[in-house]
Design a protein around this ligand. Structure first.
Ligand SMILES: Nc1ncnc2c1ncn2[C@@H]1O[C@H](COP(=O)(O)OP(=O)(O)OP(=O)(O)O)[C@@H](O)[C@H]1O
Ligand SMILES: [Mg+2]
Length: 257
């Protein structure tokens, strides 16, 4: 795995960079990002000034203890939650300035989400679960079919296309969720503990699949994870602590749990 620890700033003063940067415009950049939740009179500062920079075409893991703000950060970057302060730039564009409509359109067309609990529709087959995303996006019949079949093929599920989620293993269900996140050919994939419910062999397979997809399609992939297996698959590991990105690391699991 590549390491950028030699370039990492000592403190959180400058955005960490992924080594194999290809252009001047980052896929994701956050600048002094804060998210404060209000629970009655209590304030919870889930993000406390996050600065990060993720280059296009990179596969990045986001680690940190439970409650360190990983999901909050992912949700803000995906436009599912709004930061209290600071900026998020996607391909150089500040998304805080986008209308709700533009944000929804961007999410639908250019971002793939993968969650720990697959989120599949139980009454639909693997094929129908994937195809549904294209229906929502208004893709026409033949094209919808071609792209759904291709996405399922990419994750090795062609023989399982007509199976419903309860007829598949956890790993197969996660593959359906991955196919679904890929079918729109997004530029960015955001995943929250996508291997959390998988055994280690299956998790390894899925991580290998992610890596090859990132390389083949030149996507950017940001993945929240607790999994120590990921270090050998990703380009970079970002460590979040108390709502801040504290470093970019090689594997140092004792600091993440
Ligand atoms: N909707 C919310 N309302 C209030 N507080 C919240 C909300 N969402 C998250 N928090 C708080 O923000 C902090 C960060 O939560 P977050 O879910 O981002 O952590 P995490 O790193 O994803 O943890 P885990 O590894 O357990 O999933 C926690 O203290 C949490 O209690
Ligand atoms: Mg979380």
């Amino acid at each position: 795995m590549s390491s950028i620890s030699e370039f990492a700033p000592a403190e959180n003063v400058e955005a960490p960079r992924v080594k194999h940067a290809s252009s001047g415009v980052a896929a994701i950049e956050t600048i002094d990002l804060w998210r404060i939740y209000h629970l009655g009179s209590l304030e919870v500062a889930a993000l406390q000034g996050v600065n990060l920079r993720i280059e296009q075409g990179s596969f990045v893991a986001l680690k940190g203890r439970s409650g360190s703000g990983k999901t909050t950060l992912l949700n803000c970057v995906g436009g599912l939650d709004q930061p209290s302060r600071g900026q998020i730039r996607i391909m150089g564009e500040e998304i805080g300035g986008w209308s709700e409509r533009k944000l929804t359109e961007w999410r639908r067309m250019q971002v793939g989400f993968i969650f720990q609990s697959f989120g599949l529709m139980p009454s639909l087959s693997a094929y129908e679960n994937v195809e549904l995303i294209l229906r929502i996006s208004g893709v026409k019949g033949k094209e919808r079919h071609r792209r759904s079949v291709d996405a399922l093929d990419l994750v090795g599920l062609t023989p399982w296309m007509d199976h419903r989620p309860f007829e598949m293993s956890g790993g197969q269900q996660q593959r359906v969720a991955i196919a679904r996140s890929l079918v729109n050919e997004p530029k960015l994939i955001l995943a929250d503990e996508p291997t959390g419910e998988l055994d280690s062999n299956t998790a390894q397979e899925i991580l290998g699949l992610f890596r090859s997809i990132v390389r083949e399609r030149n996507m950017t992939f940001l993945m929240v994870t607790h999994d120590s297996l990921v270090d050998e698959f990703v380009d970079e590991v970002l460590l979040l602590r108390d709502g801040q990105v504290v470093s970019t690391l090689d594997a140092q699991p004792e600091q993440t749990e």
